[in-house]
Design a binder for this molecule. Structure first.
Ligand code: KPL
Length: 307
């Protein structure tokens, strides 16, 4: 019997990944933040409901807290970016020399911090484009499927255990330059997410609200990407962002969903990371700065954390 796969985080992404592994008959365990959350899960008889279109499927997935004790060999971290450091600290006593980590976070910054903290372990990063939300504590809606890219920032070869992603039917690819992929995604998120919050609109409407700023913003983001070694022309980046806006026109961005639900956003790992990186690289980014500061003001007025 192979060792179980552990998924840290019972948010929409953690549930979506757990459901797909359970569907494939892979032994996976959810690690929840509090004993109360684990007790609620037990009260649902460990049943995880996956809704896709008009199909509802239920899977049995055991849940536990970080303190459960059993050593962890393969850990998929599916928390929000701002929760990674604390969640990993809680689980650290269960990790060992052979443990492998896969991080699914949005933005950048949380991944590098985890790599530094667990410098002796392989820490893989993923860029996930599925859309999912929780209808209930143990019920996840898979609203849109998209490709996932996985890679090792230290460019070690692909580890064998990732074949479980194939078994689970995840649409994924090994990506030798995962940092570039994550930087591109961060640039797209910088151009879309804050505007959806500031104008309280779906992704498809952002350009109506930011027509004049759009091209200068794309140029700033392109210079930022170049400073990080990501070679993409401004026209190509503009096309990429427009493509995502079109493809997700009816969606509410993850940041807008967080604000509407009164949840802490990932601002610090998206705009904050971009802003700090631009400063370190000595770039002038007036449009990005203004977007960041307007978003911070908006969050402050909504009583939400600024980081
Ligand atoms: O990744 C996204 C997000 O909402 O965080 C986009 C691409 C904007 C899709 O909604």
């Amino acid at each position: 019997m192979s060792e179980p796969l552990h998924i840290l985080g019972g948010g929409s992404l953690g549930l979506l990944w757990a459901a797909r592994f359970a569907r494939a008959g892979i032994d996976c365990r959810l690690i929840l933040r509090t004993p109360e959350a684990a007790a609620r899960w037990r009260a649902e008889h460990h049943q995880l409901v996956l809704e896709q279109g008009n199909r509802l499927q239920s899977y049995s997935v055991p849940a536990e807290t970080a303190e459960a004790g059993e050593p962890i060999s393969r850990l998929i971290v599916a928390t929000k970016a701002w929760a990674v450091a604390e969640a990993l600290e809680g689980i650290a006593p269960r990790l060992h020399a052979g443990s492998q980590l896969l991080l699914l976070q949005n933005g950048l910054g949380s991944q590098q911090a985890a790599s530094e903290r667990f410098a002796d372990l392989p820490v893989l990063y993923a860029s996930v484009t599925d859309g999912a939300w929780k209808r209930d504590n143990n019920h996840v809606v898979w609203a849109g499927s998209g490709p996932t890219q996985v890679g090792d920032p230290q460019q070690r070869p692909q580890p064998g255990w990732l074949s479980m992603l194939d078994q689970a039917g995840v649409d994924w690819q090994w990506q030798p330059d995962i940092l570039s992929v994550l930087w591109m995604k961060l640039a797209v998120n910088c151009a879309i997410n804050p505007l959806t919050v500031l104008h309280d609109c779906p992704n498809g409407d952002v350009l109506r609200h930011a027509a004049d700023d759009f091209i200068p913003l794309v140029q700033e983001l392109q210079a930022l990407l170049a400073s990080q070694g990501v070679a993409v022309g401004a026209a190509e980046l503009e096309q990429r962002i427009r493509g995502v806006i079109q493809a997700t026109a009816a969606n509410s961005s993850s940041m807008r969903q967080d604000v509407q639900a009164g949840r802490r956003t990932e601002i610090d790992f998206i705009l904050g990371h971009a802003w700090r990186s631009a400063r370190s690289a000595g770039l002038l980014t007036p449009v990005l700065d203004s977007l960041y500061h307007r978003l911070q003001t908006h969050l402050h007025q909504s009583g939400l954390p600024l980081n």
